[in-house]
Design a protein around this ligand. Structure first.
Ligand code: NAD
Length: 360
């Protein structure tokens, strides 16, 4: 039976990198007779401009009909002055994640040996790095109510948000984390701020309680400030990290830099049935949009994750990942991962090289 994939190019470098992913998916679809139907939709600033809202009703219907969604990135200075709830990030991205209940965000940080010198840390600290950050994605402070900006009793404006998790939300993400750890190195580090925040005191208590069901998993707890430090000091001590929405947002970007570039990192956001949305970890990079120099590999690797986790096509995902390794072996690099001695290529040349490697 055919599978439906919805591609949402979004803003900034989104359309450029989506074009390259499209090439790769068209190639594997044909090469391996996958019978995938592709459709494109509007989200973010592009949707505001063309349809009047960051997440139009039509896109919501397309999302529901799709077996998996591949989203590039949203946002940019053009829409930063809109009221927060209408902006591409809150009105588009956060809305999709929450309406589809994509609560489980998997963010691998793998250092390709070919890029060891692109990392900001010494090669011996990062070579062989393979961390997976499991980030809760639909709760916590990014969604908590009440929130807003108001004038207080003294006539002074104040901004406020609510950091809240209930125990069901913690158990749901805890289960993803423990089960993921079971399939990997069986080490799980739960990151919180339980010395200060009640919400994470509850988080720690529930994760500790759940560990009784996973006796093979070695569980540890770490405060987020220490975790940030340890990620830079000795990143290979980690296998799987589980944390809430905001801490996960920050730590996964730090982990991204250990691997050389945020342009290399894919992510998966899954619902309880395994249906998912797949995105590169980076944003819309307005500083380089339209220049043809963005790295498309994070989105291409996100497509591979999609084939593996939502479409049950793991062997084809392996082929795409092998093709990415092959282009890195050839010394091809976009500007963000370029180092002396390698060959600098454009977004389009990188996409073409992955397609060529698939054909071999
Ligand atoms: P960013 O990830 O867009 O960019 C950070 C830096 O990384 C920039 O120097 C950029 O040029 C570089 N970079 C990012 N992706 C790259 C790629 N594929 N190839 C080469 N270089 C790349 O983060 P930011 O600058 O904080 O945010 C820019 C916009 O993106 C904002 O509007 C923000 O709200 C939005 N944003 C969207 C998402 C998303 O769609 N998931 C995530 C983060 C930020």
């Amino acid at each position: 039976m055919s599978k439906k994939v919805l591609i949402l190019p979004g803003d900034g470098i989104g359309p450029e990198i989506s074009q390259e992913v499209n090439k790769v998916l068209v190639q594997v679809n044909q090469q391996y007779s996958l019978d995938i139907e592709f459709e494109q939709g509007l989200v973010g600033g592009a949707a505001i401009d063309q349809a009047g809202s960051a997440f139009p009703e039509q896109t919501w219907q397309q999302c529901q009909a799709a077996d998996a969604i591949l989203l590039a990135c949203v946002g940019g200075p053009k829409w930063d002055s809109l009221p927060p709830a209408e902006r591409p990030e809150i009105g588009g991205l956060l809305q999709i994640r929450s309406r589809l209940e994509l609560f489980g965000n998997l963010r691998p940080a793998i250092l390709y040996p070919q890029l060891a010198d692109a990392s900001s840390l010494k090669p011996e600290l990062v070579s062989g790095l393979d961390i997976l950050i499991v980030r809760e994605l639909t709760g916590g402070i990014y969604f908590g109510q009440p929130r807003g900006i108001r004038v207080n009793e003294d006539g002074v404006r104040e901004g406020f948000n609510t950091y809240i998790y209930n125990e069901n939300e913690i158990r749901r993400i805890g289960k993803v984390a423990f089960e993921t750890a079971m399939k990997r190195g069986k080490k799980l580090c739960s990151v919180d701020k339980a010395n200060v925040l009640e919400v994470t005191m509850l988080w720690r208590e529930i994760i500790e309680d759940m560990s009784k069901d996973y006796p093979e998993v070695e569980l540890s707890h770490m405060y987020v400030d220490n975790a940030a430090m340890q990620l830079i000091r000795q990143p290979k001590q980690f296998d799987v990290i589980v944390t809430g929405n905001m801490f996960g947002d920050i730590l996964s970007d730090a982990a991204a830099m250990l691997t050389g570039s945020i342009g290399m990192l894919p992510s998966a956001s899954l619902d309880i049935t395994g249906k998912g949305m797949y995105e590169p970890c980076h944003g819309s990079a307005p500083d380089i949009a339209g220049q043809g120099i963005a790295n498309p590999l994070a989105m291409i690797l996100s497509a591979a994750m999609m084939l593996r986790h939502s479409l049950n096509m793991a062997p084809v995902a392996d082929k795409i990942e092998a093709a990415v390794e092959a282009v890195l072996d050839q010394g091809l690099r976009t500007a963000d991962i370029y180092s002396q001695g390698s060959v600098k290529v454009s977004t389009q040349q990188m996409g073409d090289a992955v397609v060529a490697a698939l054909k071999k």
